[in-house]
Design a protein around this ligand. Sequence first.
Ligand code: ZN
Ligand code: ZN
Ligand code: ZN
Length: 176
Amino acid sequence: MSASPAVLRRVLVLLTCALVLFATLRIGIEGNASSEVGCRCEEARQENGWCEACGTGYLASIPIPSRFVYEALDAHGHDIELTSIECVTCLDAIRTDGFCDVCGRGYIEGQAYLSRLAFHVAKGDYEAVEPDFRVLRAALVESERCELCAAAMVVDGACATCRLEWRAGESLPFGR
Ligand SMILES: [Zn+2]
Ligand SMILES: [Zn+2]
Ligand SMILES: [Zn+2]
């Protein structure tokens, strides 16, 4: 008792339909998933925030397509425990809304900013940070080679992987 060619053809057509339907549904689901995350670059640009969909952050409208660099810049103020601060320059900077070069952090209205760029951008003091913007641009180029170096560049830090220390955008051998 074998199926007639007509029946077989029907089955084939049905199978094809099912496959096409399945593929369409899949595309639909995937399409929805990515639009659910959604690009929020517009807002991110205004609030020095991060757009998850594009993997890009912003500081002073500069797009930063590296999570490491963006996190290192740390564009937001942090609450501080006054009693935990022992650095004299910091204590002075807290009183004057200034920057402590020793610790690489600034203070505005009792909040700490953990990079010179974040501090000056928060103050709206863009001219003062022109050299830091240059370092940031160089860091974004460097991030193609090593994102950790790029992140270290913007905070005068070090990359343990490459064993390089960064000062004002220039690298020095580790541990000097
Ligand atoms: Zn986006
Ligand atoms: Zn300090
Ligand atoms: Zn590195």
